[in-house]
Write a protein that binds this ligand. Structure first.
Ligand SMILES: Cc1cc2nc3c(=O)[nH]c(=O)nc-3n(C[C@H](O)[C@H](O)[C@H](O)COP(=O)(O)O)c2cc1C
Length: 191
């Protein structure tokens, strides 16, 4: 697939069918992640692949709890309708964790998020690779990280960039479209 087409074909999916993701596809997605740029090429990210139904249900449960927290605190009304049930149904979840200490030199000059930034690049690579392989994905962060840690036994020294759901879409995913890029030539234009 042509790269520009691939970028626009990637869509956030909130309804997967149950077709398992082959180990070859999992390996290809993780290899794509590893080729992301990172400060000093420290590659601060690690990946937890999850197919176990009990663990997926536990992740969905902390999603439901986070949703309730938003509702209880008068968050946006649409949240009540957020489906959440698709989380446990997704065939594969890849949780991306990273070592915040491996962010390169940025701590010396007020640019301290290098490890998170690299992890986000890794996530994008994964999602684009999944699209190339004929699947959809979702960067899912609708949970309290402290709730995910004990489920997956994530050490306190690592932070969580997100849970990436991957699989065949159960139905066509809608494109929310994009704004025109806001570009400033040479200097920022204040208006
Ligand atoms: C850091 C990050 C966190 C996100 N978390 C969620 C999430 O928890 N649940 C969800 O349904 N979508 C989540 N999204 C997906 C966005 O809603 C989605 O990318 C956006 O609406 C644009 O749609 P598209 O991905 O189909 O182009 C997240 C996206 C990013 C980049």
């Amino acid at each position: 697939m042509e790269f520009g087409e691939l970028i626009k074909k990637r869509r956030s999916c909130r309804g997967f069918d149950k077709t398992p993701v082959s180990q070859k596809n999992v390996d290809d997605i993780l290899e794509a992640a590893q080729w992301a740029p990172s400060p000093l090429n420290m590659q601060p990210f690690q990946f937890i692949t999850i197919t176990d139904t009990t663990i997926k249900a536990q992740i969905q449960k902390i999603g439901i709890e986070a949703k309730q927290t938003v509702i209880d605190n008068n968050g946006p009304g649409w949240v009540e309708k957020y489906p959440m049930g698709f989380v446990a149904d997704s065939p594969l979840i890849i949780v991306v964790v990273y070592d915040p200490e491996k962010g390169g030199l940025g701590n010396y000059f007020g640019m301290p998020h290098g490890a998170l930034q690299a992890s986000c690049a890794a996530v994008q690579n994964m999602m684009l690779k999944a699209t190339e392989l004929g699947m959809d994905s979702l960067w899912f962060t609708f949970f309290e990280p402290a709730g995910l840690r004990p489920i997956l036994d994530i050490p306190d020294t690592l932070d969580i960039a997100g849970a990436i759901l991957v699989g065949k879409p159960a139905m066509a995913t809608k494109s929310p479209g994009r704004k025109t890029p806001r570009v400033h030539k040479e200097k920022f234009t204040h208006q």
